[in-house]
Design a protein around this ligand. Structure first.
Ligand code: MSP
Length: 640
């Protein structure tokens, strides 16, 4: 039977336009869905909009529109943004869809029939921005702990959901489903929250009307989260053929809304006697200069402008590669350019370009004949399981890391084989074999990168004369021999400094230079006061600390202290770093060790050897300890 895969994003509040933060989950979900489609899985990818609640009602009033007209006007910007970012969802749900409202009411009725909904009075703090209830002890100095804004104190009749009844069933369920919430650390937070105290949840409001009416009591509208969470199930009722998609394989959500998905949602479903989603994956926040991106902080990057400047593929690649999915990650325009030049341009683009250009120069512009070369074929075969595993484990950054190893291998293979020399020496068979294998590698790479850079993947295939990437290759040697190749064309032409300046000048909110950063941030961190003994956050961020993986280590001749290391810091080639750690550290034990590298330290010569960066350590010469990591953080990840 064909494997089924159902992935969701949160549905976005329409009081804001999409920003790179909200685009992030949508792009990751799209890449995951594309990966599954390429495997031939029956895939359903859902995204959409959360259109009810007080926050939206207030935004509509501010815009001078009635609520329905307002939400209707906001759907387009989201759909346009996702289109511009090459996001191909299967269904776009809006919670004002009649079918959704009916499904939300059915879910309510099922909970009521189970005896889990009762009428009472709610009294307590509420944050409209979060659309969440708080207790006094949750508040920080009387304000919302997430938004830092004043809360509203509600006092009104309300229906309650018997959440307290589900404390034990939820804990039992968590126990029986170890992978239900990921990353694991977040699962622990969820468990502690549920273990501590689960109070019944207010699930209706009477003081405004913009919501789904409560069945049989239309003075009440449903609490917006009850209605919103139901979308994941109601979308599967949108067409009869979709009903088997439930339960979802994964809900991708930001860490701020995990509790709703990992506690309330399973409790509602348990009450209604319905199957629970298989996984909730909580990702981190994208930050700009360490601050969460949001409209109110004026640091939100517009995904459309970024896509207009760099194209959708570069921004998709950047987001998926820069930030290990699950962690927070700082983003900047400059870092997009850096990854463009190093990885998309140098590693991938160059490989494709060299391959096609060499076929033109040395093989009459056709795919040459030649046997499979185990050096390349086996490398692909050996890497594939890690790539599949990474996608299955929702780690696109790892899938890309593995894929880029193949790009580098391809470039090294060309250098080693030197086809130009083979041609000069008349070694036609070896030349054909070399280029044939390069074409085959490019054919595989096009599929491997297709979930992330679908547009460029098609361009890559066009460069080797293949149709667009519709499915995963099945074997080595699929590309037809003799096929005429179009002229070689760079896919990611290098962005030089002038061009970069020109591009960035057009982008509002481009990450501020250190001298202007504190003035452009609406809520400077406490550290931005300039006491002589402290530095600002921006000062600290000037040091680019990155995760490095030591690839090799040897003693520098005639020095008992210096080691010559090659360290992978996520760039096209590992760096050479000379470190004064040799009295305490055995070089034989270093390869594979993760270290912290000061990556933007000016290069210098030590003992006649160039050193590009510094490895962090503590202690004196002989009792020195290198700073390292407990887990498998990818090379190049920013440390802060
Ligand atoms: N409407 C609710 C979700 C209901 S799902 C049944 C909601 N909407 S939201 O528009 O406020 O936020 C949606 C998502 O965007 C959240 O997962 C949130 O974590 C994410 N992000 C908002 N800003 C973000 C960043 N700066 N970085 C990463 N994700 C960000 O909550």
């Amino acid at each position: 039977m064909t494997e089924r895969y159902y992935v969701t994003t949160p549905i976005y509040y329409v009081n804001d336009v999409p920003h790179l933060g909200t685009a992030y989950t949508t792009i990751v979900a799209d890449a995951i869905a594309r990966y599954h489609r390429l495997q031939g899985h029956d895939t359903f990818f859902l995204t959409g909009l959360d259109e009810h609640g007080l926050k939206i009602e207030e935004a509509a009033k501010k815009a001078g529109l009635d609520a329905k007209a307002f939400v209707d006007s906001m759907a387009r910007p989201f759909q346009d943004a996702w289109k511009r970012l090459d996001v191909r969802y299967d269904h776009f749900i809006r919670t004002t869809d009649g079918a959704h409202e009916k499904a939300a009411q059915d879910l309510w009725r099922a909970c009521a029939t189970a005896g889990d909904i009762y009428l009472g009075n709610f009294e307590g703090p509420y944050c409209v921005a979060c659309e969440a209830y708080y207790t006094e002890k949750d508040l920080l100095e009387g304000k919302c702990p997430v938004h830092g804004q004043p809360v509203t104190v509600l006092k009104e009749p309300s229906y309650f959901f018997r959440l307290s009844k589900y404390q034990k069933p939820l804990l039992d369920f968590y126990e029986a489903s170890p992978g239900f919430v990921e990353p694991a650390g977040r699962f622990n937070e969820v468990k502690s929250f549920v273990r501590e105290e689960l109070r019944d949840l207010s699930v209706s409001r009477t003081s405004f009307a913009w919501g789904v009416p409560v069945p049989d009591d239309p003075k009440h509208v449903m609490y917006v989260w009850f209605d919103a969470l139901a979308n994941y199930w109601s979308a599967t009722l949108s067409e009869p053929s979709r009903k088997d998609y439930w339960p979802a394989d994964v809900h991708l959500v930001g860490k701020d809304i995990l509790r709703f998905h990992a506690v309330y949602w399973p409790a509602f479903l348990m009450s209604a006697g319905m199957p629970l989603p298989k996984k909730v994956f909580a990702h981190g926040w994208l930050t700009v200069n360490g601050q969460k991106m949001s409209k109110s902080l004026m640091n939100a990057l517009s995904p459309i402008l970024v896509a207009d400047t760099f194209g959708p593929d570069a921004i998709r690649y950047y987001l998926l590669r820069e930030v290990a999915f699950g962690q927070d990650g700082d983003v900047s325009y400059e870092a997009i350019v850096a990854r463009w030049n190093a990885e998309l341009g140098n590693d991938l683009g160059n490989l494709v370009n060299r391959t096609v250009a060499l076929c033109h120069k040395l093989c009459g512009g056709r795919v040459p004949e030649g046997d499979a070369d185990p050096d390349v074929e086996f490398a692909v075969g050996e890497t594939l399981p890690a790539i599949h595993k990474a996608w299955r484990e929702l780690a696109p950054h790892r899938a890309l890391d593995e894929t880029w190893k193949l790009c580098r291998l391809g470039n090294a293979y060309i250098d080693k084989k030197a086809p130009w020399a083979l041609a000069k020496d008349g070694k036609t068979a070896e030349l054909g074999k070399t280029l044939r294998n390069m074409i085959e590698l490019v054919h595989w790479l096009a599929a491997l990168v297709a979930p992330v850079i679908p547009g460029k993947a098609d361009e890559i295939r066009a460069q080797i004369g293949s149709p667009s990437v519709g499915k995963w290759p099945e074997r080595w040697g699929e590309v037809e021999v003799g096929r005429v190749l179009p002229p070689a064309r760079p896919i990611f032409p290098r962005i030089d400094e002038d061009r970069q300046r020109e591009m960035l000048a057009k982008l509002p909110g481009s990450s501020p230079s250190p001298s202007s950063s504190s003035s452009s941030s609406a809520s400077p961190s406490p550290s931005s006061s300039s006491s002589p003994s402290s530095i600002t956050y921006e000062d600290f961020m000037k040091a680019e600390l990155k995760v490095g993986i030591v690839r090799s280590a040897e003693r520098v001749p005639k020095s008992d202290k210096l080691l010559k290391l090659t360290v992978d810091v996520g760039e096209e080639a590992p760096r050479q770093i000379v470190a004064g750690i040799g009295k305490a550290v055995d070089p034989a034990k270093l390869p594979g060790t993760r270290v912290v590298v000061v990556a933007n330290l000016a290069p210098r010569k030590i003992f006649g050897l160039e050193s590009r960066g510094m490895v962090l350590a503590s202690g004196g010469e002989t009792d020195l300890q290198i700073v390292t990591f407990a887990g498998e953080v990818p090379a190049g990840t920013r440390v802060k």
